[in-house]
Each structure stands twice: as structure tokens, then as C-alpha cells.
Design a protein around this ligand. Structure first.
Ligand code: HSE
Length: 437
């Protein structure tokens, strides 16, 4: 007899687990009407089942035994929302071995072990949904896998970490220092007690590894991605950016350049007129360019219980549709049936325009010495700004370059940073002026 109910077990009753449960229970009717069958939340496991999450759970069983949920023969879909590597990885593999479909928001795990997980699921004939792993409620993975499937993806520029975007927005709007704004973000619950993953770009790189795989069909691991965070950005750089008509955003960038993939996360200066530059606060956005579609822009909340739960439940419904139709794997998990093995370009080989802020000793001849080293390394200067006048002391000297090769920039800065006329390390911010939506 054809199956009439889709049964779900959730592992992890934290913020996203609670949001998912709330949506499944509160929107049960619209979910049933859209799917053509009810979705039954049978059980939830968590180490803490005492805390009141403010949700009327009715007949939903609460347990501390995740393995009982994974082994329950009535459950079709296991939703893993504990995050991290262990025991999440084991739970996912156990669920796949038990013939369960899996939904997860675990970007860190997928960025490192995605290929093993997709292969195990495809072999076992089950689905893995991971829309919630990137940009919370924005349906970017489904768009890459399905809506934009006809395109060669040219580039993706993403603001995929709300914590960093919130911090940079406050630094920009209020002229405040990074450390001070970070403390405030932590107090408001926008940043974790240990914010390293967010502020050092690691969370964005995890998400970029997943996006890049879906865009180009080439497995990209977290380690392949050049990652630089926002902790070194100063109010002075924000002020210079403003003067140049730009904003500084932490961008996750992937693009195809001469048959090679660039995948990198770093603070990026971009003209404030670009739509993605207008995305402020905790919001996320991704600008995707395809050869057929042109430029597209996706915008929304990248975190939080209900936005992320929205993506989790959409995956449950997608898998539910397959279950009801008696099929799996209609859409390849990583968007490509056949993997490619494209080269990931080394960071030293990329080209970009650069913002260079030197701590230049204010005396005659310094500008020509610095520009001499840049010229020798094939770096052409577009404009120069010097602020202040402090004879024989360091003052900020900003140079905007034309497009240059990263290797040449690093070589030039190695030499410049050792010069007597330079009073400290040079601040480098890459500048994007390419095709953007
Ligand atoms: N820590 C992430 C952010 C949210 O700040 O955007 C979850 O991916």
C-alpha cells in the first residue's frame, strides 16, 4: 500500500531543532496540503530534555537516546541538528545504514566529509538534504541544484555570515572598533561566546565549500579555500572605504577563471552601489551569475530558529515527495551526477585590485620608494590618498591598485614592510570591481 504519512525524528533540540519542531507542528496543515500527506514529528532527542522550549509538543516523544531515534523502524527521515563532527558524523552514517533519509544543517561536517556522506547515501538509495547548511532560510542550494541547473555558473559572491556582516555594519555606521562591536554582538546573542569560526571566516569557508561543489560539480574541501577573517579591519580602513565610495564586506567568492575554480573568503572592498553592498546587519545575500540567466540576487536571514527551520522543513518535504512517489535521488545530492575534477586555483595565482594602506614615514621620497617596489613587481597604481601630516612619523598612505597578481603583491609587500620608511605592516584588502549583480 502506498505510504500516507512521512515520519520524522530530530536529533538536537537547540535553536534550529526547536524552530524545526515549531514549524512542523504549527504549519502542519499547510505542509500536509502542499505535500499531499501529513508529516508526523515522532521523536526528538537531546541531552537536555528538561528545558522548556515554549513549544506544545503533544505526542512527540522526547528522549536522550539519539540511537533509539535512529533505530526506530517507523521513522523515514532523521534530522541531524547537533552540529560539529562527532557524534554527528556517526549518527548520519548510522541513519544511512539503517536506510533512513537524512536532513542536516551541519556545514562544518559537509565541508570536510561531504563526499563520503553523499556517496554513502547514493549507494544506500537514500536522500540527504542540507539546504539549511548555507545561508539559513535562503533557498540557495535548491536554486543552484535545480532552478539554475541550465547555466554555467560564472561567479558567486556571498555574504554568508550574519555575525560578520552585523559587526562590519556597526563599524561602518557608527565608526566603532572591531573589539567593541564584537563584545556588543556577543551580549546581544548575535555572536558566539567563542566567535572564532565566525570572525575568522571559517564558517563562511565551510559554506563556500558546499556552494562551490554545487556550482561546479568539483569536490572542494574546506582546506582548499583561502580564508581570512575581519578581525584586522580598523575604523581607519572603513573610513577610507567610505571616502572611496565603497563598503567592506566579508565575501565568500567562487568563480570560474580560465577553466579553474577560485574559492576564497576574505574582507572585500566593493562599490557601495552594488546591490550586495547594501546588505547590512545580520542579513545574508548571494549574487549568482550564470551564462544564461545573467545576474541574480538572493537575500534573506542566514540564521535563527525559524529561518533555518524553514530550510530544514523544506528538505523534509522534498524528501517526502520522493517517498510518496516511490523514488529517490531524482535530483543529485551535489547537483551533478558526474563529478568534474577542475583545478582549484592557488591564492597566489589569483588576480584582483587591491587597497593597500601603508604606515609610511612622512618624509620626502617615501612615496616614490614604495611605488618603485610596486612598479618593479608589475603592480600599477590607480590612485593615492595620504592622510595627515606628522613629520618623520608614520601616517596612513593608501594606494588603490589596478588588477595585479596576488603573488606579486605579496612579494612587493614583503620588501616594502622591511623598509625603514615604513612603520608597520601594510593592510591589504582585495577590491572587487568585476561582474556583480
Ligand atoms: N554563525 C552563523 C552566522 C549562523 O553568523 O551567520 C549559522 O550559520
Amino acid at each position: 500500500m502506498a505510504k500516507k504519512t512521512i515520519t520524522v525524528g530530530i536529533i538536537g533540540f537547540g535553536t534550529v531543532g526547536a524552530g524545526t519542531a515549531r514549524i512542523l507542528l504549527q504549519n502542519a496543515e499547510i505542509i500536509r496540503r502542499r505535500l499531499g500527506a501529513p508529516v508526523l514529528l515522532k521523536s526528538i532527542s537531546d541531552l537536555d530534555i528538561k528545558r522548556d522550549r515554549g513549544i506544545r509538543l503533544g505526542d512527540v516523544k522526547l528522549t536522550t537516546a539519539a540511537r533509539d531515534v535512529i533505530a526506530d523502524p517507523d521513522i523515514d527521515i532523521i534530522v541531524e541538528l547537533i552540529g560539529g563532527y562527532a557524534p554527528a558524523k556517526e549518527f548520519i552514517f548510522d541513519a544511512i545504514r539503517n536506510g533512513k533519509h537524512v536532513v542536516t544543517a551541519n556545514k562544518a561536517l559537509l565541508a570536510v566529509h561531504g563526499e563520503e556522506i553523499y556517496a554513502a547515501a547514493e549507494k544506500a538509495g537514500v536522500n540527504v538534504g542540507f539546504e539549511a547548511s548555507v545561508a539559513g532560510g535562503i533557498p540557495i542550494l535548491k536554486s543552484l541544484r535545480e532552478g539554475l541547473a541550465a547555466n554555467r555558473i560564472e561567479s558567486i559572491y556571498g555574504i554568508v555570515n550574519g555575525t560578520c556582516n552585523y559587526i562590519l555594519t556597526l563599524m561602518m555606521n557608527e565608526g566603532r572598533k572591531f573589539d567593541e562591536v564584537l563584545k556588543e554582538a556577543q551580549a546581544k546573542g548575535y555572536a558566539e561566546a567563542d566567535p572564532t569560526f565566525d570572525i575568522e571566516g571559517i564558517d563562511s569557508a565551510h559554506k563556500l565549500a558546499i556552494i562551490t561543489m554545487l556550482a561546479y560539480g568539483t569536490p572542494v574541501r574546506f582546506d582548499d579555500i583561502y580564508t581570512e577573517g575581519i578581525s584586522k579591519i580598523t575604523p581607519l580602513d572603513i573610513e577610507f572605504a567610505r571616502e572611496l565610495g565603497c563598503k567592506i564586506k566579508l565575501l565568500a567568492i567562487t568563480k570560474m577563471v580560465n577553466g579553474e575554480i577560485e574559492a576564497r573568503v576574505h574582507p572585500t572592498m566593493l562599490p557601495e552601489s552594488y546591490p550586495i553592498a547594501t546588505v547590512d546587519g545580520v542579513f545574508n545575500a548571494l549574487s549568482v551569475s550564470g551564462d544564461a540567466v545573467g545576474s541574480t540576487l538572493f537575500y534573506g536571514r542566514g540564521a535563527g530558529d525559524l529561518p533555518t527551520g524553514s530550510a530544514v522543513v523544506a528538505d523534509i518535504m522534498d524528501i517526502g515527495r520522493d517517498i510518496l512517489s516511490g523514488c529517490t535521488g531524482r535530483s543529485p545530492l551535489a547537483a551533478f551526477r558526474e563529478r568534474a575534477n577542475l583545478k582549484i586555483r592557488k591564492m597566489e595565482d589569483i588576480t584582483s585590485c587591491y587597497y593597500l594602506r601603508f604606515a609610511a614615514i612622512d618624509k620626502p621620497g617615501v612615496l616614490s620608494k614604495i611605488s618603485g617596489v610596486l612598479g618593479k613587481n608589475h603592480i600599477s597604481i590607480e590612485s593615492v590618498i595620504q592622510k595627515g601630516r606628522k613629520e618623520a612619523e608614520a601616517v596612513p598612505l593608501v594606494m588603490m591598485t589596478h588588477e595585479a597578481v596576488e603573488r606579486n603583491v605579496r612579494k612587493a609587500l614583503d620588501e616594502i614592510n622591511k623598509m625603514d620608511c615604513v612603520g608597520g605592516p601594510t593592510m591589504v584588502i582585495r577590491v572587487e570591481e568585476g561582474k556583480q549583480s
